[in-house]
Write a protein that binds this ligand. Structure first.
Ligand code: ZN
Ligand code: ZN
Length: 407
């Protein structure tokens, strides 16, 4: 027996006026999701706890079966893991942007959305004079984004951002967020690193060229979201399963990497509303030949919500439905779980704390009377109301992978 988990990012919503009191899931055409609900067991799920809106990083850790309140240690390390960088215990990682500074003030937090990978070789490994024993990796990732990893003794992820998250102000100084000497030292390292990188980027010929052409130069690197890898045991060790992840979003890939899942891409999958979701389904079906558990994440529903675009949200929901249809047509001896990593409200354009629907379809589920997939209908299902961290043990139990407790 195998399992596929399909996560529509922020796919659940509240009833909307513009949809005559229906949610986007209720208003969209979703014959395949409905099929999963009809043949499966349904429920609703508080990703963290009732009423608490989760970030996507924390939410996906919960769906992977880990208690975020215990294991979560910042977003940066997830991002680094998602970029394929190995993270050891004690390493600290941050996310960052190439930005444009003029007269000491940030004027563009994305340096004209520059493709930072042109600086990959130029940046590489950095050494700071005052901290020769700290290894520093600077890795451009996607577009204007990058990750920085600090490796060495005496580091802490409890430091504040250099990125002020807005323009028209100077970059901030990293500050320790607790009283430890490690946090104090890491803040000093980051502030020195900022200055060193600022000098290097200012001197780069590409940036001089950009200034001549009137383009914003990528003359600063502003860091945020310091983190250490989550303290988790890989799913392979807990349940003896081989797992794979099909996702584009770096943080989600990072959470899956932390869980010991192998990371895969799908052609045409973009991480946006224009994504080819069925392509992910095709990759997942292939992977099922070698893996027991496939985690598929589709981001577009959340992007559409943050943009307040209900049409786009319904369109991505229908793409997810097509993908689930492909799965239903092509899997055997496999459970399919469909859920969201949190509810995202079109009205407030943000994550909210309402529970998400969950439906599990497969050979030996105790199918209930729910006959369509939605926030409201799933609430009547046989799973009742569960928490995010319950999903993985429920699925692994169906795969006969959970050890008995007691004699
Ligand atoms: Zn999310
Ligand atoms: Zn979001």
């Amino acid at each position: 027996m195998k399992a596929v988990i399909v996560v529509g990012d922020g796919m659940a919503d509240r009833p909307l006026k513009e949809l005559d009191g229906r949610t986007p899931l209720e208003a969209a055409e979703t014959p395949n999701l409905d099929e999963v609900a009809r043949g499966g067991v349904c429920g609703i799920m508080d990703i963290l706890s009732p009423g608490r809106p989760p970030g996507s990083d924390v939410a996906n850790l919960a769906l992977l079966g880990y208690d975020p309140y215990r294991c979560y240690r910042g977003r940066g390390a997830l991002e680094a893991l998602g970029a394929g960088i190995e993270m050891g215990e004690g390493d600290v990682a941050l996310r960052g942007n190439f930005a444009t500074i003029r007269d000491g003030v940030i004027v563009d937090r994305r340096a004209g959305r520059i493709d930072g990978t042109i600086f990959t070789e130029y940046l590489g490994d950095v050494k700071l004079e005052d901290y020769p024993n700290v290894e520093i990796l600077v890795r451009p990732t996607l577009g204007h984004r990058l990750v920085v990893v600090l490796r060495g003794e005496g580091l802490s992820w409890r430091v504040s951002d250099i990125d002020p998250h807005r323009t028209g102000v100077p970059p901030l100084k990293a500050e320790p967020l607790d009283d430890s000497p490690e946090a104090e030292r890491t803040a000093r390292i980051l502030n020195q690193l900022y200055e060193v990188l600022r000098g290097r980027m200012e001197r780069h010929p590409i940036n001089r060229e950009r200034v001549e052409k009137g383009l914003p130069p990528a003359n600063a690197i502003i860091l945020r979201g310091a983190g250490a890898p989550p303290k988790v045991k890989p799913l392979g060790e807990i349940y003896g399963v081989r797992g794979a992840c099909v996702a584009v979003t770096p943080t989600i890939r990072g959470a899956c990497a932390a869980a010991g899942l192998d990371l895969y891409d799908a052609p045409g999958a973009t991480g946006g509303v224009d994504t080819d979701a069925v392509s992910k389904g095709r990759v997942a079906v292939k992977l099922l030949e070698d893996y027991d558990l496939i985690y598929i994440h589709v981001k577009g529903t959340d992007n559409a919500t943050h943009d307040g675009d209900v049409e786009a949200k319904m369109m991505v929901i229908e793409k997810i439905d097509d993908m689930v249809g492909y799965l239903l047509d092509h899997v055997e001896e496999t459970y399919i779980a469909v859920t969201a990593d949190h509810t995202s409200s079109i009205r407030v354009r943000e994550h909210v704390g309402d529970p998400v629907p969950i439906a599990i379809w497969g050979p030996e589920v105790r199918a209930d009377d729910v006959d369509a997939y939605s926030e409201r209908l799933c609430a009547r299902g046989g799973l009742g109301r569960i928490r995010g961290i319950d999903l993985m043990p429920i699925l692994m139990n169906l795969l006969d992978r959970v050890e008995r407790f007691g004699a």
